[in-house]
Design a protein around this ligand. Structure first.
Ligand code: ATP
Ligand code: MG
Length: 319
């Protein structure tokens, strides 16, 4: 695959639809506007002004008002090879097809997402590593990859784990870095590494939602259980509004009873929803990264491409 990408200092941006210059609300106005919102009938909530919507989100967390706001979705599972990166790449492309503005953040030192999108992680001038060390603003490392923007990673990122361990507020570094750019997007997907280390904690702390890909095979629910425990800790210590959007069954083979059994087991044991539809196992999905694209363009009409498109619609409905 031809990896010729270079990082541009000033990334291309699509027009803003959110007035991010609205600025913080004076404290004394908050109670008054909150009252205004509460008094409105539910059906009129969608006609809130942007200022009111921003305020509502501040007050309520993301639960109800974020339709007009950004969903920051951490795609996490400490088990390796369950299609986290594939899901970030393909879902982002599917949402971009639907006209959404999407940013992908590669938070894995393996940098597979960066590589799949045509960038050589070793040739980058700057990456998320520099952002995590506080050397560069996140805005300055964003690169455009067709319709979707990307914050690339590099192997150096492994070093920032050690650096972060000694820092106060270490879990909040990514969230703070994202803050100035988040309103420019409808969706931000964070591709987490297969670990529950400090980088993944940064991803979960920065996120409004978590999506958990899992492979429908024996014992896969053990990893999901451990992740849910970590999410509980994150809610207690660093991000009380973090919501589990659901799990996604990947590399699914609907012909076997095992696949169906594991799907039911994961949702029953952990009381989480497995979002429809399961993503079928397909060689088309596995081939796509080698061509520097997702299955959506590699095999437009394949069952896996259609499944990821349906999943994107499902996520739109729930966010
Ligand atoms: N639906 C699918 N059908 C067939 N192969 C798939 C499918 N989804 C993903 N794969 C392949 O499975 C492998 C692992 O996928 P991926 O890299 O997305 O997993 P990951 O969870 O990000 O891995 P890691 O934990 O190492 O970051 C890749 O080779 C990918 O192409
Ligand atoms: Mg990955």
């Amino acid at each position: 695959m031809g990896v010729t990408g270079t990082v541009r200092g000033t990334p291309e941006r699509r027009p803003r639809t959110v007035n991010s210059d609205a600025g913080p609300f004076p404290r004394r106005d908050k109670a008054a506007i909150a009252l205004l919102i509460v008094r409105r009938k539910p059906l009129t909530l969608y006609s809130l002004t942007m200022d009111e919507t921003l305020l509502a989100r501040t007050i309520t967390g993301n639960a109800f008002y974020n339709r007009a706001m950004t969903s920051v979705i951490a795609v996490a599972n400490q088990k390796g090879g369950v299609a986290k990166t594939t899901t970030v790449h393909t879902l982002s492309a599917a949402l971009a097809e639907r006209g959404r503005r999407v940013l992908m953040v590669d938070l894995d030192p393996q940098a597979c997402l960066t590589y799949e999108n045509g960038f050589d992680p070793d040739a980058l001038e700057a990456s998320i590593h520099d952002v995590m060390l506080g050397r560069t603003k996140l805005d300055d490392v964003i690169v455009a990859t067709g319709d979707v923007d990307l914050v690339p990673s590099s192997i150096d990122l492994a070093g920032s784990e050690i650096h972060l361990l000694t820092k106060t507020g270490r879990e909040f570094v990514l969230g703070r870095a994202l803050k100035p750019v988040v309103d420019e997007y409808d969706y931000v997907f964070i591709d987490c590494a297969p670990s529950l280390g400090i980088l993944t904690l940064n991803g979960l702390t920065a996120a409004s939602d978590v999506l958990i890909p899992f492979q429908a095979e024996t014992l896969s629910h053990r990893a999901v259980g451990q992740l849910l425990e970590t999410i509980d800790d994150v809610r207690v210590y660093t991000n009380e509004n973090l919501r589990v959007l659901g799990a996604v069954a990947t590399m699914y083979d609907g012909r076997t009873n095992l696949g169906k059994h594991v799907l039911a087991e994961v949702s029953e044991v952990h009381d989480i929803e497995v979002l429809p539809p399961p993503i079928p196992r397909s060689v088309k999905v596995a081939e796509a990264p080698g061509r520097g694209r997702s299955v959506l363009t590699h095999a437009r009409r394949s069952k896996s491409a259609e499944a990821y498109r349906s999943l994107a619609e499902e996520i739109e409905r729930r966010t």
